[in-house]
Design a protein around this ligand. Structure first.
Ligand SMILES: [Zn+2]
Length: 431
């Protein structure tokens, strides 16, 4: 049931259209600030200040707050080995007139680090060409957050007060399997009846996300003294090939996992990937020598319904079996070193949930059709939904190059995603 008048909706859409030049400038300003996070540190606060200034210019009050308290908490998903000093979340709450659902628009301010060599221009210099804005974090996810901010500002400009509260937050520490920024908002009580996270989704609606477990498998063998000696030169380099074979057995095994729900039609629903293989480097700074240390970083993605702890135990037990059957690894066991203190979990919201239906209808109104599917990546959505019972979707603009050089967002779709979220806010919160 639609509670909003057609006039109010038209006024809000007009206000949004008028805002386009300012939103473009806002995105450029966000690109210009380096908000890279490299664990254990992160530099998000300068980006939050850009948002704060923009909100102030539009008569909206935002609040910056410390996130350090989460690392000291007993929350099972808290990251305790990172530094949060000076890393602030930003939140805006537009109080509703009462009687409607509340809605949280959420995004993360941190970007991944980047390899400068691959960029056509500085990653922190916005470049707009043929409708594409490129710069570090444009697609993941400063562009999506600008679209969310646009919803609050357009409503303010159009003089529309929703019935339910509308919240926007920009959190720290989401990349690198973080989550304390997201948890900080939840633990503070900035919660709502529904949430949308503005990761880049190519305008598709993701009602599910996968979990992730990353483990480093490290082997140390041999001695510096062996090389140039008449004794046997021991090195983990060749045995590492057999260890990769063990990883491949898991790639094959996970291909047979029966996916259901939102992941039912995915070709490789529970992928296993090798993120890094490390031994000596092929560079002239290093003398010709055999490596004494070697390692593989393996990335297991998990489905929302899976028992992740049980799966991890199975994987480790299988590694130990492999080890016992290999004379080299019997002597030089593999060090099992999970990258994160706790794995990320998946989440799934039903296709028939009222919030899912609201977003689908809103995207259809703007785009003519809507695609409802699942995310090909993990994110912080599970913290919202599984941790705090907030029905959560992921929705954002079109773009490319996330976690790679020359990342970009399509400006047209950024504005379209803003329009869709505006329609959803009007419908969900009521006016
Ligand atoms: Zn992201």
């Amino acid at each position: 049931m639609r509670q909003i008048s057609a006039d109010a909706e038209a006024a809000a859409v007009r206000a949004l259209k008028d805002l386009k030049p300012e939103l473009t400038e806002l995105l450029k300003d966000l690109i210009r600030v380096n908000t890279v996070s490299i664990p254990p540190d992160g530099n998000e606060t300068p980006g939050q200040l850009v948002f704060q200034k923009f909100f102030r210019q539009h008569g909206l009050r935002s609040e910056l707050y410390d996130t350090e308290f989460v690392a000291k908490s007993k929350n099972p998903w808290s990251r305790r080995q990172r530094n949060y000093k000076g890393r602030k979340n930003l939140v805006v709450r537009v109080a509703g007139s009462g009687g409607g659902h509340s809605l949280l628009l959420s995004g993360h301010m941190d970007t991944v680090p980047t390899d400068l060599a691959g960029w056509k221009h500085s990653p922190w210099e916005p470049s707009l060409s043929r409708g594409r804005m490129s710069g570090l974090g444009t697609f993941d996810m400063k562009g999506g957050m600008v679209a969310q901010v646009a919803v609050l500002v357009a409503l303010k400009r159009a003089g529309i007060r929703l019935k339910g509260d509308l919240l926007f937050e920009s959190v720290v520490d989401e990349e690198w399997g973080g989550g304390n920024g997201t948890l900080a908002g939840r633990m503070r009580g900035d919660n709502a009846d529904a949430c949308v996270i503005a990761e880049g989704t190519q305008m598709e609606i993701y009602r599910a996300t996968r979990g992730s477990f990353v483990v480093d498998l490290l082997v140390q063998a041999g001695s510096e003294k062996d090389y140039f000696s008449s004794g046997e030169v021991v090195s983990p380099a060749i045995p590492l090939g057999r260890l990769l074979g063990w990883v491949d057995s898991w790639v094959q095994r996970r291909k047979t996992v029966k996916a259901r729900g939102a992941y039912k039609d995915f070709a490789d629903a529970a992928p296993v990937q090798v993120l890094a293989v490390e031994a000596n480097r092929m560079e002239n700074l290093l003398p010709l020598s055999v490596p004494l240390r070697a390692g593989i970083r393996v990335y297991f993605q998990t489905l929302p319904h899976e028992d992740v702890d049980a799966l991890i135990s199975q994987i480790e037990a299988s590694l130990r079996r492999f080890e016992r059957q290999d004379s080299f690894f019997r002597k030089y066991p593999v060090k099992w070193s999970p990258l994160l203190e706790s794995p990320l979990l998946g989440h799934e919201l039903s296709a028939s949930h009222a919030w899912t239906r609201c977003m689908v209808k809103s995207v259809e109104t703007v785009m003519g059709s809507a695609t409802l599917t699942a995310a090909p990546y993990p994110c912080d959505a599970f913290l919202m939904q599984r941790g705090y019972n907030i029905p959560t979707l992921v929705f954002g603009p079109c773009g490319g190059g996330a976690h790679n050089p020359n990342e970009y967002v399509e400006m047209k779709s950024l504005f379209q995603s803003a329009e869709a979220m505006l329609a959803a806010a009007l419908d969900w919160c009521g006016a």
